[in-house]
Design a protein around this ligand. Sequence first.
Ligand code: FE
Length: 141
Amino acid sequence: MYQYESFGDRYVLSIDNHQEISAALADFCEETGIEAGAVYGIGAVSEATFRFLDPATKQYVDKTFAEQMEITNLTGNISTKDGKPYLHLHVTAGRRDYTCIGGHLLTAVINGACELVVEDFGGTLSRRFDPETGLNLYDFE
Ligand code: FE
């Protein structure tokens, strides 16, 4: 599903072609025991589902784009919620016409490569649901 090499508290992670990025990254976090961290990277995908949160309604609007795109940037953080890896990922994807689209990354299927750097903070960060914003915010207590 993926290959990786560690350098101190950082990992270089290469997810295999045709894998789904969010699922592979969550598996990687479980395998390595990362419960607080940061992730960034690049890649190419043939399909991606982005999520937009409407603050007025607190409703998520998801949209799938089935086309070849370059991940020009993926940036996110790693924490836990209810004892499981919680990935908060934002992504910008470049289209064939060189315009970009972006949003929260829900899922994306690699068509080419996906090369990420994952930083392990070495501790634990958890989240809880915040009714005011409709978001799963950090729980620092
Ligand atoms: Fe977000």
